[in-house]
Design a protein around this ligand. Structure first.
Ligand SMILES: *Cc1c(COP(=O)(O)O)cnc(C)c1O
Length: 397
């Protein structure tokens, strides 16, 4: 019989490169392939499987809600949707929520919200300033917000209204604001861009700039939200709130669900402005409610802060023994091991052979994003595997 790779090649649109293993089962931080090999999953669905695989609270919510009601139209009230909205409002200090299905869709909606706000509240302004090396999604508008030419160029004409500035540079941001600007849209840590953690003064200064010039601050917390950085939301490392925040990835713990949150000032959607068939359905929001309650009730963000320090300290220690290691970037359990050379892909492959799944977020940076429930032993084991992998790559050259 043909291999799964051959079958894929004949029927599946090639939009990315596959790692040559087929995963069939997961439990906690571990996953197994179809040959029975076990791996530590330090990709976690790209910061999505935040409670690990097959978490009992998720399985219970999946079982109970699927027997009760999976989907009905948003023309009806449903309970899990409103309970999840109440919990997110309570935890974020923002006021209103809209649910959808993916990160790109949440950002697309946030962009519509910002444009409507600009039209109504700021003399018809419509431009949104985003950062270089950002990632906001793959729809036509969010790929334009992302500003990466490789992702954009084949798909023109693209929507207008985006301006790009270097990340973590408040002067560049100030200089880019015009009468046409309505919003600034940023990640609190750039995830796909290489785990770029800004100077602690940057985001508070952006908030102050938005207040001074009457702009909306839109934070894309799709990768940083839901406990990943050691706080429930990345902005909670600081003493301010955004006007708009988007969530996806970890919100459903692996079940597709996303959200736009806004404060009263920014929540300008009215009946007819926006909509979705699947978004906010009872099934997805019941699972997200169980995931979010678990993260909040078990105080997982505080544990993430400790575990993040532990793994980052151990990775930093590799600088002494592994000449290839240049340093570590990270916040909580969103971590990148930075290398002097562009050998991250080789290190990732060597780690996979030794039972650790991680990915190269830059040619010289290996990203580690385990489930938030990862144990100290698993963190230590991952660092050991990385050390052995660095040694193997060094000797093979
Ligand atoms: C993954 C990601 C997105 C896009 O989410 P999708 O669900 O893949 O559409 C947007 N912004 C950030 C910061 C992300 O990490």
């Amino acid at each position: 019989m043909a291999s799964i790779a051959e079958r894929e090649a004949s029927v599946f649109m090639r939009t990315g490169v596959r790692v040559p293993i087929t995963l069939v089962r997961g439990e906690g931080t571990r996953v197994w392939d179809d040959a029975g090999n076990e791996y530590l999953d330090f990709i976690a669905g790209i910061s999505t499987d935040n409670l690990g695989h097959a978490h009992p609270a998720m399985l219970q919510a999946i079982r109970e809600q699927s027997e009760q009601l999976i989907h009905v139209s948003n023309i009806f009230y449903t309970v899990p949707q409103i309970e999840l909205a109440e919990l997110l409002v309570e935890q974020s200090g923002l006021q209103q929520v809209f649910f959808c299905n993916s990160g790109a869709e949440a950002n697309e909606g946030a962009i519509k919200l910002a444009r409507k706000w600009g039209r109504q509240q700021r003399d018809g302004s419509f431009e949104i300033i985003t950062a270089q090396n950002a990632f906001h999604g793959r729809t036509l508008t969010t790929v334009t917000a992302t500003g990466n030419p490789a992702y954009m160029d084949p798909f023109g004409p693209l929507p207008g209204g985006f301006v790009y500035v270097p990340y973590d540079d408040i002067d560049a941001l100030r200089a880019a604001v015009t009468d046409q600007t309505c919003a600034i849209m940023l990640e609190t840590v750039q995830g796909e861009g290489g785990v770029n953690v800004p100077d602690p003064a940057y985001l508070p200064a952006v908030r102050a700039l938005c207040d001074e010039l009457n702009l909306l601050l839109v934070l894309d917390e799709i990768q940083t939200g839901m406990g990943r950085t050691g706080k429930l939301f990345g902005f909670q490392h600081y003493d301010f709130r955004p006007d708009v925040m988007t969530l996806a990835k970890g919100l459903g713990g692996g079940v597709p669900v996303a959200a736009i949150l806004a404060n009263a000032r920014a929540a300008v959607f009215e009946p007819g402005d926006h909509g979705t068939t699947f978004g906010g359905q009872p099934f997805a929001t019941a699972v997200a409610l169980a995931v979010t309650r678990t993260i909040v009730d078990e105080e997982i963000p505080a544990q993430v802060a400790e575990k993040g320090e532990r793994v980052q300290r151990r990775l930093r220690a590799l600088e002494d023994t592994q000449p290839a290691v240049a340093g570590v970037r990270g916040q909580g359990l969103l971590v990148a091991l930075v290398l002097h050379e562009e050998i991250a892909a080789d290190v990732v492959a060597a780690a996979r052979e030794r039972g650790l799944l991680c990915n190269n977020v830059r040619p010289n940076a290996v990203r580690l994003m385990p489930p938030l429930t990862v144990s100290d032993d698993e963190l230590d084991r991952a660092v050991e595997i990385l050390e052995a992998s660095l040694e193997a790559v060094a000797t093979s050259k």
